[in-house]
Design a protein around this ligand. Sequence first.
Ligand SMILES: NC(=O)c1ccc[n+]([C@@H]2O[C@H](COP(=O)([O-])OP(=O)(O)OC[C@H]3O[C@@H](n4cnc5c(N)ncnc54)[C@H](O)[C@@H]3O)[C@@H](O)[C@H]2O)c1
Length: 337
Amino acid sequence: MTNIALSGACGKMGRVIAALAEGRKDCIISAGIDVRGEKYANFKIYKKFFDTEETPDVIIDFSHPSTLPDLLTFCKMRNVPAVIATTGYSEEEILQIKAAAEQIPVFFTFNMSLGINLLADLARRAARVLGDRFDVEIVEKHHNYKKDAPSGTAIMLAEALNEERNNALKYVYDRHSVRKSREADELGIHSIRGGTIVGEHEIIFAGHDETISLCHTAQSKEVFAAGALNAALFIVSGVRAMERGTLSEQRNEDGSERIAEMELIRLAVPKRVYTLSQIKYTADRIAWLYKNRELIGGLEFTEEPKVLRFFFGRLKAAGNWPELLVEQFRKDFGGSL
Ligand SMILES: NC(=O)c1ccc[n+]([C@@H]2O[C@H](COP(=O)([O-])OP(=O)(O)OC[C@H]3O[C@@H](n4cnc5c(N)ncnc54)[C@H](O)[C@@H]3O)[C@@H](O)[C@H]2O)c1
């Protein structure tokens, strides 16, 4: 059972997620965080992140960009993975999210629906085939209470298209202020706001005498809520700390130290969930440690166990290897750990 804390719990998406989670057996909303603080279900709602008593397995955030500093600090301090679905972030805030993802697992997308992510993939393929012979425009439609425009999803689709065109496209948001014909390197993005439209995105590829259009319509907020819950379960079930016994059984027959390295990962990064970059960081440091192993006189076995386990066997008495190692570390990596 995965314990989820819901940031923006009193908002429209927060309530849909809470209702959807009630019908599931694999997760539970253990707490909510929202400045409004209105209790409406059987979990506590805290007004601020740092009032939260329990540490959840994962946080789902559908709130507001102003929440970001507290959200990231909370997740980093308590080592909690985050599913971030809020939109309207500045470029700088997106960089902050990416920087946090170096320390904690982060699942960040402007659109949690499976269909939109498939749409982005189809759009990439279309852009690859059609190249610069077709003009591309994106039209997005949302309800009349949406504050940001264009939608985060429209930007996500534009970025996917632009990557396929070697980032040569310029985004154009309105044409009323300039009187000139369309340039080939423009990517028009248009926002329509009205009524209760949940979310519609259309990508138009307009060529000579033919037009292709790819579109997606979300009929309810549940598609985003279901996507967010699935993302939360995915991220906590990601790469986990591994059991020492299991690793030892995987020891290579030629006696190579792959298993020992894995043991060290477990000891060096005592966290339940790792990001790939954390693993790479640790693996790089361990590879370095292995390269400099002759400095570590103290870790030579005098009695090596058959199955290598870190705390088993007898180790040679330690010399001044910690100092030698620190000296070498500083030479190779500078002062930073
Ligand atoms: N990625 C996706 O798939 C997806 C889908 C739908 C909505 N969204 C985004 O999710 C966000 C929320 O959408 P909504 O429709 O639920 O909005 P909403 O305005 O109904 O809810 C936002 C909630 O966040 C709370 N909040 C705002 N600032 C806060 C703060 N500093 N600390 C704590 N709580 C705070 C508000 O009190 C409110 O209850 C928006 O940015 C929206 O664009 C993303």
